[in-house]
Ligand binder design. Structure first.
Ligand code: NAP
Length: 406
């Protein structure tokens, strides 16, 4: 029997589940590859020594998380000629160039299916199935915590705070959920996806992101009347000769493939003229699910490797993009208000697609959806609207993904 030694860095939620899964699947993997995988060493804060683990390993699995010492260990493993499988999106989105260069120089594989959308096989599809497609755009729900919170708010009318507390109680949100709810976790994943989709370096710093902390149940209720559902959406798209990568709350019409993705699930829609559209969805996190993606990468690395592609050219990052918008306005209930608002929007080139109006005694609430407009022009109009004397509160604006597939 030939054995294949796996050095395991990290033995927490994912690491422990991976260890168990590898042991239970070792026979099947041996039958498929001719080699029997075994864990040859484990590193935690209280157990194991990295150098010894590296010496005894054919491949290193990094499921520690964080940047340091994970970056150092992954680089050292590849310099020593070992393939590396990691689930670490922060590391890849902030040090990806250095890591991919190191893999190429050493002729080893760096695999990372579990870093984006858990078990949903989007990395593999972009790298292999769609390797020859010209991808135009991706939309993703790539953070299960925020998708659970927004689903809960929409279905029960719960406030953001109550929905977050539910998510924490059920284990869908960490005790410190900051990087999930502020959009940074999703931004790291979108940076990785954009790099693969467009073959250009994309750093976390290139991704603009907004979170869901300021959303209200009120916005959801009005949006439902307009046939819209609210999600935290990551977008990566080609614009002219550049790319734009961003994460923000966005409304979707019910016909959009991501509109029905609810609870802690993740999904990614890939658009290309040659393929129309593919949507992949499934559990975005969880120990056993993530471990399964990590083990899939280990098995792939045991089979003779594909070569690591050359360093891609950098495409410009586009800052200002077009979007349709949902606009929520509290105004004094007097004649001519809607006309003035429509005029200010119109001067910037925005036209209104639909409006809901409610009287509230002396005041009124106007909720509208615009047709697509450059974001800078829309916000210029909103700044002018905010200064009008009949406004009773700051306008609230949320992007709308204004497209349907047939
Ligand atoms: N959890 C998920 O559902 C999920 C999904 C997708 C991707 N991921 C990614 O998978 C990775 C691991 O996540 P996790 O949830 O399994 O984390 P976790 O439960 O916190 O486990 C981390 C493990 O790494 C060890 N570790 C951390 N810092 C270390 C250091 N400086 N030296 C030695 N060992 C160290 C910890 O050791 P101790 O046991 O001694 O503390 C622990 O065993 C992260 O990159 C995460 O983003 C997780």
């Amino acid at each position: 029997m030939t054995s294949f030694s796996v050095g395991l860095l990290g033995h927490g939620t994912v690491g422990a589940a991976f260890h168990e899964l590898l042991d239970s699947r070792a026979n099947a993997i041996e039958a498929a590859t001719g080699q029997r995988p075994e864990i040859s060493g484990v590193l935690t804060r209280s157990r194991g020594a990295f150098d010894e683990i590296l010496d005894g390993a054919d491949l290193i699995v990094e499921v520690m998380g964080g940047l340091d010492p994970a970056r150092d260990y992954v680089l050292r493993a590849m310099d020593a000629g070992r393939h590396v499988v990691t689930a670490n999106k922060q590391l890849l989105s902030q040090h990806g160039d250095e890591l991919w260069s190191c893999a190429r120089e050493n002729g080893v594989q760096l695999r990372f299916e579990a870093a984006v959308a858990g078990i949903v096989p989007v990395i593999r599809v972009l790298q292999e199935t769609l390797a020859a497609a010209h991808v135009d755009r991706l939309h993703g729900i790539v953070n299960g915590t925020t998708n659970y919170i927004l689903t809960r708010m929409a279905e029960t009318g719960a406030s953001y705070e109550d929905a977050l507390a539910d998510a924490q109680r059920l284990g869908y949100a960490e005790a410190d959920p900051t990087e999930d709810v502020n959009g940074m976790d999703a931004a790291a994943k979108m940076a990785i996806l954009a790099r693969l989709a467009f073959n250009t370096p994309v750093h976390l710093d290139d991704v603009r992101y907004e979170g869901i902390e300021h959303l209200t149940g009120d916005d959801m209720a009005y949006a439902q009347e307009l046939g819209l559902g609210l999600k935290l959406i990551g977008t990566a798209e080609r614009i002219d000769a550049g790319v734009s990568v961003r994460v923000h709350p966005a409304f979707l019409y019910a016909a959009h493939p991501l509109a029905s993705v609810s609870g802690p699930f993740n999904a990614v829609t890939i658009e290309s003229q040659s393929i129309t559209e593919i949507t992949l969805s499934g559990p975005g996190a969880g120990g056993p699910q993530t471990a399964s993606a990590v083990l899939g990468d280990v098995v792939s690395a045991m089979i003779p490797p594909a070569s690591t592609p050359p360093t891609p050219a950098r495409l410009p990052i586009v800052g200002d993009v077009e979007s349709a918008f949902y606009l929520h306005l509290e105004v004094a209930d007097r004649p001519g208000v809607l006309a003035q608002i429509a005029q200010l929007l119109g001067l910037q080139g925005a036209s209104i697609r639909s409006v809901v109006q409610r009287g509230l005694g002396e005041n009124a609430r106007l909720v509208m959806v615009t047709h697509p407009i450059l974001e800078s022009r829309f916000y210029a109009a909103v700044d002018l609207i905010a200064g009008l004397d009949f406004m009773r509160a700051r306008p609230r604006a949320i992007r709308v993904i204004d497209e349907e597939f047939v």
